[in-house]
Design a protein around this ligand. Structure first.
Ligand code: RAM
Length: 355
């Protein structure tokens, strides 16, 4: 039985979204740059995995419980692979906050940089310098423009996440009423890609009763997200749902609502970690939300990184590799590797998860 993950065929809409998410950068824009986004060399699926590979993780920011879980999976995988794990990163998720870290990692000549990009384009020149010096670049969680990384580990298909967010929102709103999005930073590749899918979904006839009144940005800072949630409810007292596609935002919004008069009036959903959201499921503030296991993203990124360094894969569509306990993966269009479908958490299953 084939264990390869089934990759969604990109629809025209998804393709447009992918291009939009890359800030309008296409392969043609950057032809002449290193690799032009194309994988180079020929993959040898039988190549032995190298030991001693050094991989540095550069998440969006360090003080985010979600990132901590992600990189813990990377550390585990590099242990299994007899490689070396390193973690560096900024304290804020602003667009250019990662550039100086990439430059230092180039000087230190790590074999692989794993990055969750705070902006698809701001990190590009440095990432391409890294690639020019022989470093493999694995984007995970939040993509860099595809011209400046070898592969992207996507937590679930962008289309699937956007659809799930609207599906949960519509259910909680009873199909009609005002809704608002509380996102991370305005430049985040992943949130922006999901929001584009959400807008397309909201434009469909079956969602015509839902009115998106505002997209607010909490910048993946707890306090700012809390204040943005408060502001949304002050400005839109009839709001039925706040949907937050970030673990920082959903936890802060749930905390605000659970201790306010809006509890029971406004529903909160989005993407959260079970451990951060358990209390709000138990106290009735939140009915359901979704996520994947962030540790698996970091784990898969390490196996992809070592497979790249070893020549098992180059990043081309159709190449395959094995990622330890997660099994076999196939690289999809534009070097994307999809972890798997998201899980929906509610009062019935939340206690089965501990992350
Ligand atoms: C936050 C970050 C991260 C995102 C999750 C869902 O922790 O913005 O990039 O993937 O939420």
């Amino acid at each position: 039985m084939s264990r390869y993950r089934v990759l969604r065929v990109l629809t025209a809409a998804t393709l447009a979204l992918t291009l939009a998410a890359c800030g309008g950068t296409t392969k043609d824009d950057t032809s002449g740059e290193q690799g032009g986004g194309q994988a180079t060399g020929v993959a040898d699926p039988d190549a032995e995995l190298k030991e001693g590979v050094t991989m540095a993780y550069l998440p969006k920011q360090l003080n985010n419980p979600y990132s901590d879980i992600e990189v813990s999976g990377g550390e585990e995988a590099l242990g299994e692979l007899k490689g070396e794990y390193k973690l560096v990163g900024p304290n804020d998720a602003s667009a250019s906050s990662q550039v100086s870290y990439i430059n230092t990692l180039i000087q230190q000549q790590h074999d692989v940089i794993g990055i969750a990009a705070n902006d698809p384009n701001a990190v590009c020149p440095s990432l391409n310098q890294a690639r020019d010096s022989g470093i493999k670049v694995v984007a995970f969680d939040s993509d860099a423009a595809k011209e400046c990384r070898d592969v992207f580990i996507n937590q679930a298909s962008t289309q699937g996440i956007g659809e799930k967010l609207v599906e949960m929102t519509s259910k909680l709103a009873g199909g009609s009423g005002e809704i608002a999005i509380l996102s991370a930073t305005p430049n985040a590749t992943n949130q922006n890609a999901w929001i584009e899918v959400m807008k397309t979904e909201l434009a469909k006839p079956e969602n015509k009763g839902l009115k998106l009144v505002k997209i607010a940005y909490g910048n993946d800072e707890d306090q700012k997200s809390f204040q943005e949630a408060q502001g949304l409810l002050q400005s839109y007292p009839n709001l039925k749902v706040i949907v937050s596609p970030t673990t920082v935002g959903i936890a802060a919004a749930a905390r605000y609502v659970s201790s306010s008069n809006y509890k029971g009036q406004v529903a909160i959903t989005g993407l959260g970690t079970p451990n951060q959201m358990r209390e709000y499921i138990k106290n009735g503030t939140v009915t359901e939300f979704a996520l994947w296991n962030p540790a698996d993203i970091g784990y898969l990124a390490a196996y992809a990184g070592v497979a790249l360094v070893s020549g098992q894969i180059t990043g081309k569509e159709g190449e395959t590799f094995t990622a330890g306990k997660l099994g076999d993966y196939e690289i999809g269009a534009d070097g994307e590797i999809v972890l798997g479908p998201p899980t929906v958490f509610d009062s019935g299953n939340i206690d089965d998860f501990d992350f």
